[in-house]
Design a protein around this ligand. Structure first.
Ligand code: ZN
Length: 373
């Protein structure tokens, strides 16, 4: 594979310079069209997947008739940035880095997958059934693409997610699970001066819940609860009839989380305040990704390949989730962080390490070649 950084950056630029936050229909569509075109030129089979309000997903295969998939490669097309971000700060580069919305999370990941596949010889491709999935809504928890991604992953032997490698070059072997709850507290309003005894305070009820939820935290096992947003009440002289809290949960142990989830739901049946109704809605949920023995074998292979290429492979366990969580829980060996090196995700400081692009393409390519051997 001959690699030219300038032409890579010319291919990257249009993918950065379009507003494509989740649910930005036109932007996502532009990315999907652009990527589909590139794979079409390679002669791959392209299926557009309807992801509802999130827009289009792409399922791209070299052997569309094969039931089994040797390698499933995943990347997301959306960013976290609102419309107008590109106008304010389009892609720029300096000697060592590129900047811009989604530059490492994860437009360069999408491109690295493409480059790795472009570099494979036909003889290798003949031996491998590969499926590339690009979803439009990872940044909101893949709510509209989860079922589709899982339906593909159940037929896959290995999954590689091309989120960026960490700033120190590490790949990602484990990710915490997460869940998010919206709690609605419905009480009864009353005049705070004339008849407070007739009111039922939604805020008082919420206060009890905040304490109870915080008590579920176990720092030792890593199951943690954060009541991150609260609101409620209409005036100091009114007993509040409504309050709301949003809770973020992170965990390594899926079973321990399941127990906590049951406790939260059980609390609904027995509110602390008589006549207050509590509604619990789980808005998002990703199980944790913890390496299985098969994943550890795959990690050892990747380390050996890294050694051949002169790339020191290290691993991190991180607190944030990705689509890797969804496939790992199905029991499919899953590794993440196979994009180029970057950091500052979800902020204006996001950067991509230019010197890491080519080595990480080679790494991914060599991993696929190894699977074919
Ligand atoms: Zn990402």
């Amino acid at each position: 594979m001959s690699f030219c950084l300038d032409s890579y950056l010319e291919e990257l630029r249009p993918l950065i310079n379009v507003d494509c936050g989740t649910l930005t229909f036109e932007g996502i569509n532009f990315i999907a069209d652009t990527m589909a075109q590139k794979y079409q030129e390679l002669g791959w089979h392209i299926k557009r997947v309807d992801c509802g309000i999130a827009g289009t997903g792409l399922e791209i295969r070299n052997k569309p008739e094969a039931k089994h998939i040797d390698a499933m490669l995943i990347g997301h097309m959306d960013t976290v940035f609102p419309v107008g971000t590109v106008a304010a700060r389009p892609m720029t580069t300096d000697e060592t880095k590129a900047y811009g919305p989604g530059v490492s999370d994860m437009k360069s990941g999408l491109l690295n997958i493409l480059y790795a596949l472009r570099g494979l010889e036909q003889a290798t491709l003949d031996k491998l059934s590969i499926c590339v999935c690009m979803n439009p809504d990872e940044e909101i928890g893949s709510l509209h693409s989860e079922a589709w991604l899982k339906s593909v992953a159940v037929n896959a032997k290995h999954v590689f997610v091309a989120e960026a490698a960490r700033a120190d070059g590490s790949l990602v072997k484990a990710r915490k699970g997460m869940a998010r709850y919206r709690l609605g507290f419905h009480g009864k309003a009353a005049h705070a001066g004339n008849e407070p005894e007739n009111g039922r305070s939604a805020i008082s009820e919420m206060a009890h819940w905040i304490i109870a939820i915080n008590e579920l935290t176990n720092f030792t096992s890593g199951t943690t609860f954060n009541v991150g947003v609260v609101k409620g009440g209409a005036g100091a002289n009114i007993v509040p009839d409504f309050a709301e809290a949003i809770v973020d949960v992170r965990f390594w142990d899926n079973d321990e989380y399941a127990v906590a989830d049951e406790k939260i739901r059980a609390l609904c049946e027995t509110p602390f305040t008589a006549d207050v109704k509590v509604v619990v809605e789980r808005e998002a949920h990703k199980p944790s990704m913890v390496p299985s023995p098969q994943t550890e074998l795959l990690m050892a292979q990747v380390e050996a390949i890294g050694k051949d290429l002169g790339i020191d492979i290290t691993w991190q366990a991180v607190g944030g989730g990705s689509d890797a969580n969804l496939t790992a829980v199905l029991g499919v060996p899953t590794l993440d962080g196979l994009g180029p090196i970057g950091a500052g995700f979800h902020s204006a400081d996001e950067w991509l390490d230019l010197t890491s692009i080519e080595p990480r393409i080679r790494l991914l390519q060599r991993i696929l070649e190894k699977l074919a051997a």
